[in-house]
Ligand binder design. Structure first.
Ligand SMILES: NC(=O)c1ccc[n+]([C@@H]2O[C@H](COP(=O)([O-])OP(=O)(O)OC[C@H]3O[C@@H](n4cnc5c(N)ncnc54)[C@H](OP(=O)(O)O)[C@@H]3O)[C@@H](O)[C@H]2O)c1
Length: 283
């Protein structure tokens, strides 16, 4: 296994997807503040208001096949390399597994999973060639604990867990590090951007209640600056664990409880927390 090189932050080139707001913006600001050369992406760079100081914006749309290559090529042309890739961009839809049209579920996966894949395919060749690099993927606590009426979002974040576990093994011989950051509820534009799809009468009340709990938790969630500081700390470490949860204490506790409680006991706790009704309405 090659010796893992950890360049000084001031000497690194960082590419953060979805840096126009929320967690991505906080991560981009943290690296720029520490002296790195930082590129951030947005689907519409011209519309980014109050861009964090020192962050250069590039266009990238997770859904467009050629967009990742064009974005990575722009970063390479301007800075010569990408040392750290932070795959942060993502979105969420709400609705029951049964009600959400498959086309919307596919779009959810396309943004959160295949978008990451497209960016990895564009950036990894350079890292492998240099035997040096770091990939941080922003997963979610919902990628460890699936929540009701956000099943498609949860499944997309569970998929990232598998992707990164494989990626680490594949990149090991090249000295390229990879890890997941798993935020719990964080105060960002994510809540307002969530698209809740229409529910059938069987699920409507339960969906409204569960999504209401999530929205309340998100709006009173952690400051995204904490995730920025964590990403910066990880970039300075030679050896990384697979996953780094961060967020409100009760959510970190829930991750621990899931490990030790019998699965039905943990599920019963989730059902109470998300106000899942005891009996469904018969059609
Ligand atoms: N907020 C939370 O409670 C929370 C908890 C756990 C995990 N997360 C994860 O954290 C990440 C960042 O979310 P956030 O909370 O910071 O939300 P946010 O404020 O809504 O930011 C989302 C970012 O993703 C970009 N984006 C969205 N769809 C995109 C697409 N199709 N193609 C390219 N870029 C796209 C947006 O950029 P443009 O609109 O400028 O293109 C924006 O910069 C997501 O992966 C999310 O799943 C959030």
């Amino acid at each position: 296994m090659p010796r893992i090189l950890v360049p000084r932050i001031e000497e690194t080139v960082v590419l953060v997807t979805g840096a126009s707001g929320g967690i991505g913006r906080a991560i981009a600001s943290a690296f720029a503040g520490a002296g790195a050369r930082v590129f951030g992406t947005s689907r519409d760079p011209a519309s980014v208001r109050d861009a964090p100081e020192g962050v250069e914006f590039l266009e990238w749309d997770a859904h467009k096949e050629s967009s990742a290559d064009a974005c990575a090529a722009s970063a390479l042309e301007r800075a010569g390399r990408v040392d750290i890739l932070v795959c942060n961009a993502g979105m969420g839809i709400g609705g029951s597994i049964e009600d959400v049209p498959v086309a919307d579920a596919i779009r959810q996966f396309d943004a959160n999973v295949f978008g990451v894949l497209r960016m990895l395919r564009a950036v990894l060749p350079g890292m492998r060639q240099r035997y040096s690099g770091l990939v941080l993927v922003v997963g979610s606590a919902a990628g460890r604990i699936a929540v009701p009426f956000q099943g498609h979002y949860s499944a997309s974040k569970f998929a990232l867990e598998g992707l990164v576990e494989s990626l680490r093994l594949e990149l090991r011989p090249f000295g390229v590090r990879a890890a997941l950051i798993e935020p719990g509820d964080t105060r960002t534009g994510f809540t307002d951007s969530r698209r809740s799809l229409p529910s059938s009468p069987a699920y409507a009340e339960a969906a409204t209640r569960a999504i209401g709990v999530m929205e309340k938790d998100e709006r009173s969630g952690a400051d995204p600056a904490g995730v920025g500081a964590l990403a910066l700390r990880l970039a300075r470490r030679r050896r990384l664990r697979v996953r780094y949860p961060i967020g409100p204490a009760f959510q970190l506790l829930a991750l621990g409880l899931k490990r030790i409680l019998p699965s039905r006991a943990f599920e019963a706790f989730l059902a109470v927390y998300y106000k899942v009704p005891r009996t469904g309405v018969r059609p």
